[in-house]
Design a protein around this ligand. Sequence first.
Ligand code: SAM
Ligand code: SF4
Length: 321
Amino acid sequence: MRDETGRNIRYLRLSVTDRCNLRCLYCMPSEGVNPLSHSDILTFEEILRLVRLATDLGIDRVKVTGGEPLVRRGVVDLIRGLKALPKIDQVTLTTNGALLEEYLPALVDAGTDGVNISIDTLNREVYAKLTGFDDLARVLSSIRRAAEVLPVKLNVVPLEGVNDGELCDLAEMARRDVLAVRFIELMPVGRAERFSYPSSDSVKSAIETCFGSAEPCEERLGNGPAVYYRLENFEGKIGFIRAMSDSFCADCNRVRLTADGRFMPCLGRSDFADAKRVLRDGASDLELTKSLERTIFAKPTRHGFAEGRQKPGRDMHMIGG
Ligand code: SAM
Ligand code: SF4
């Protein structure tokens, strides 16, 4: 459906858990969190009902995220259930990759259309410092295996003084393999506000210094705000998500459902509809649909990061980046 400003909203980011097996410093407290209790998070049945109703409003693509989605037991069955919804066109997954390799056959069998894998560094020590776990080798192996069976996009969040010396090494992964390496500007959500990040333009310049000029891709790739470029002799592409330096809000096509049932029209705002409460209060399908419809229609015209207020008030693992 179209929101108040005419944007066509068809993409849902679905967070299935706030828990994670890593502790990326910009996303989650290293000392751990008080995870949501089982009764606080939506059951798969509740999720499938909400997504089915959202498909009646025009949602046809779902990205399963978290926290780390693969730590939620049964997530592959949920993906199978999402794929079985008649109006769903595409179901993809965003993962840190640590558990991905063992799940790959089941994910393919369930019909997963692609995976995004987060990898911020290729240096084992930096990886362990940034994520709290010595899992780099497992993630790299997952990336290789996943690229053999599914479309793969890699997510990199450049951080000053952490991984900004390895931008070319990270981009290099798209030279050897048919995959996209996307550089995401850090958004000031929760603890991420403590970090500084290089702009996408400076990341692009650094990569062009190593590999030559990056030419914009004419065709549109993916459902999101990434802008993609080709480099000579690259099998894959590089992409930039200029979350902060460019206002892509005018083209935003997405809404979010958090693990605890908040239906959020914008990542960079605190507004949400409490879909879980409406649902557990016994709402009919029509009442629930109306609640989703009102939230989509009133989607904010732009995120609140620049104003320094009206932010979501949660760390990213609680929202689903
Ligand atoms: N655990 C999974 C993963 O790491 O891919 C899925 C959830 S994670 C929140 C999704 C993506 O959001 C990751 O690529 C992560 O790097 C990114 N992310 C987390 N916090 C962010 C922030 N403040 N700004 C931009 N991206 C962020
Ligand atoms: Fe976990 Fe992903 Fe957040 Fe890292 S970015 S702590 S892997 S949810």
